[in-house]
Design a binder for this molecule. Structure first.
Ligand SMILES: Nc1ncnc2c1ncn2[C@@H]1O[C@H](COP(=O)(O)OP(=O)(O)O)[C@@H](O)[C@H]1O
Ligand SMILES: [Mg+2]
Length: 339
């Protein structure tokens, strides 16, 4: 008698870890992704996103811990895992000198799709990603967005239960990124599949994901819906720049006493406060500053975004000005205060 084992989660990891020498690229992460969920890992360069995806797609072995995908163990059942997943890498894998259709044909053969199904499957994905009319053009003539669509199409041919997208829109302009988001939503609806994606774009995670895991330095800082994350921040974010820093420590400790303030982050002379009632907090801030003879250079009030959530959980912005993230420098520079 065969027992039917109900697969509870599409992806499940327990204490998953991967080290490269001294570096803990993925450091004791445990999470689960429900069936048909769009789940995203949001984190800066070097956070451990691709390493996690490579473990889940059986391309890397974990140093410690366990991962199940579609109910199969990535270490002991790699074949079954590979049969149930699609994986779209960050870097395009299409051959520029073949046509779109030829690339898909190659992909279909690599995925051992039965010969009698190949034509139908290719037609289907080409239509879905709206490349039917360009299918016989060489990929070298395609735009970045079209190449990415073709990459995604290749990952769909064998109708995987779980699709992994590693930074699906990195390097694309914002309009093209938005279009790719639409395609991802369409695919999710049409194929009724689980999607696990990684990104360092807040807006992308916000737009696409049912739930997000914020990952930084190989560790998951928090997992929740984008909406819950934002509301946990308090209803408003107050950004404050002060001029003189002599009394800064006392100033911060007195700000922490304000009941309506949920959380405070501080980077040099820029202070970010997460408050439940911003308009009531601002006069109190001015009062404290005036008592301590601190000059407020600027103050602003806004609704929290996922950027603010990221800062609140990690103590730093996801990217610095030149677009590169430097763990050591940021960590030395930032000081984090939890109210
Ligand atoms: N094969 C490898 N050998 C050594 N270090 C690696 C290797 N792959 C990744 N790393 C390191 O592991 C960390 C996480 O990398 P990665 O998972 O690629 O991050 P992300 O995809 O979030 O940008 C980085 O510090 C990276 O340099
Ligand atoms: Mg990566």
């Amino acid at each position: 008698m065969r027992l039917a084992i109900k697969v509870l989660y599409s992806i499940e990891t327990k204490s998953l870890s991967k080290s490269f020498g001294d570096l803990n690229a993925v450091d004791d992460i445990s999470f689960s992704v429900d069936n048909k969920e769009i789940f995203g890992f949001l984190g800066p360069n070097g956070a451990g996103k691709s390493t996690t995806i490579m473990i889940l797609t059986t391309l890397l072995k974990p140093t410690f811990g366990q991962a199940l995908v579609s109910g199969f163990d990535v270490v002991t059942q790699p074949k079954q895992v590979r049969e149930s997943i699609g994986y779209v890498q960050q870097e395009s894998t299409v051959d520029e000198y073949l046509t779109g259709r030829e690339n898909l044909l190659l992909q279909a053969r690599l995925n051992h799709i039965p010969k009698n199904l190949i034509k139908q499957r290719i037609d289907e994905v080409l239509e879905l990603i709206e490349l039917s009319d360009k299918q016989n053009d060489a990929v070298v003539t395609y735009s970045g967005g079209m190449r990415k669509r073709l990459d995604i199409a290749g990952g769909l041919l064998h109708r995987p239960k779980v699709l992994f997208l590693d930074e699906p829109t990195v390097g694309l302009d914002i309009q093209t990124r938005r279009k790719i988001w639409e395609y991802i939503k369409k695919i999710h609806k049409e194929f009724d599949m689980t999607i696990f994606l990684t990104t360092h774009y807040m807006e992308e995670a916000d737009q696409l994901c049912d739930r997000i895991g914020i990952i930084d330095c190989g560790k998951i800082q928090v997992i929740d819906t984008p909406q819950n994350m934002k509301s946990a921040m308090g209803n408003e974010v107050i950004s404050l720049v002060i001029e003189n820093q002599n009394n800064e420590k006392i100033f911060l400790s007195q700000l922490k006493e304000i009941e309506l303030i949920k959380n405070i982050n501080e980077d040099q002379n820029k202070i970010t406060l997460f408050a439940s009632k911003g308009t009531e907090v601002i006069p109190k801030i001015f009062q404290i500053a005036s008592n301590l003879n601190i000059k407020i250079k600027s103050i602003s009030l806004k609704q929290p975004t996922l950027d603010d959530v990221f800062i609140s959980y990690t103590g730093h912005e996801i990217r610095d000005d030149d677009g590169k993230f430097n763990r050591k420098r940021e960590h030395a520079k930032m000081k984090r205060l939890r109210a």
